[in-house]
Write a protein that binds this ligand. Structure first.
Ligand code: FE2
Ligand code: FE2
Length: 240
C-alpha cells in the first residue's frame, strides 16, 4: 500500500494541468471538430488540438472497457458479501453501504463514458459477474477478516491499475503540451475522474485493513490468489 501511496504522490506532484488546455476523446462530435481543427495552422493566440493516434484511441477504449468491467465486479462483490457479513457483523452496515454506494457511482460513471464514446463493453461480462458474485459470497462466508482481505487484495490491484492509467494519460498530455498542442477538456476531466476514483478505491483499502483484513488466515494465500485473479481479469478485459 505504501508503494502505491508513494507512486500516487509522485504522480500528483508531476501533474500540472495547463489552464488553457482543451482535449477530446473521440466522440462523433469531437471527431468532426478534430477533423476541422486539425487542418488549421496554429496561431499565436489559439493552439490547435492534436488528433488521437490509433494507439491512443485503443488505449482509451481499452481503459474505459476494463474500468467498467472492474466497477461492475466491485458492485457485485459487495452485493454478495453484504447479507452473510451483516448477519454476523451488523455494525458493518454503514461501512458496507458506503463502499457499495461509491462503487455504484464508479460503475455509473464508466457506463456513461463507454456509451458516450461508443466503446464496446467486455465480452466476458457474464463470466466476470459470476466470478465476482462467487468471490464476494465465499469470502464473506469465511468471515469478516476474509471479506476484508478480499477488499484489501482487490483494491491494492485496482489502485495500482488506476494509477498506471493516470500516469500514461499524464505522459500523453505532457507530450502534447511540449509539442504546442492544446489538451481537450474531456481528457482533463477523465484524468480528474480517474484520480478521484483511485483515491476512493484506496480509501476502501484503508477501511479493509482497519477492519482486520490482515488477520485473515491464511492472509498471504487469500490475498495472493485474489490479486492474481484481479490481474488476470484486468489483462483479459483490456483485450476482450
Ligand atoms: Fe470502484
Ligand atoms: Fe473499491
Amino acid at each position: 500500500m505504501s508503494a502505491i501511496r508513494t507512486s500516487i504522490s509522485t504522480t500528483a506532484r508531476h501533474y500540472r494541468p495547463s489552464q488553457t488546455a482543451v482535449l477530446c476523446l473521440p466522440t462523433a462530435a469531437s471527431r468532426r471538430r478534430l477533423s476541422s481543427t486539425s487542418t488549421q495552422e496554429p496561431t499565436s493566440s489559439k493552439k490547435k488540438l492534436k488528433p488521437l493516434t490509433e494507439t491512443q484511441k485503443e488505449f482509451l477504449s481499452s481503459a474505459l472497457r476494463v474500468n467498467q468491467a472492474g466497477e461492475l465486479a466491485a458492485t457485485l462483490i459487495y452485493t454478495a458479501q453484504t447479507p452473510p457479513l451483516l448477519s454476523r457483523e451488523p455494525h458493518l452496515r454503514p461501512l458496507m453501504k458506503h463502499m457499495y454506494d461509491q462503487e455504484a457511482a464508479h460503475l455509473s460513471t464508466f457506463n456513461t463514458l463507454i456509451a458516450k464514446h461508443r466503446v464496446r463493453p467486455t465480452a466476458l461480462y457474464p463470466l466476470w459477474s459470476v466470478l465476482s458474485t462467487g468471490l464476494g459470497w465465499s469470502t464473506a462466508m469465511l468471515g469478516k477478516e476474509a471479506a476484508m482481505a478480499c477488499t484489501e487484495a482487490v483494491e491494492t490491484e485496482i489502485g495500482g491499475h488506476y494509477n498506471a492509467q493516470i500516469r500514461t494519460l499524464l505522459e500523453m498530455v505532457s507530450e502534447w503540451e511540449a509539442e504546442g498542442y492544446e489538451v481537450g477538456q474531456e481528457l482533463k476531466e477523465l484524468i480528474s475522474t480517474l484520480r478521484r476514483i483511485r483515491d476512493e478505491e484506496l480509501e476502501h483499502l484503508d477501511h479493509a485493513v482497519e477492519h482486520d483484513a490482515q488477520k485473515a488466515q491464511p492472509h498471504w494465500l487469500l490475498t495472493g490468489v485474489i490479486r492474481a485473479g484481479c490481474r488476470g481479469a484486468i489483462w483479459v478485459s483490456e483485450r476482450v
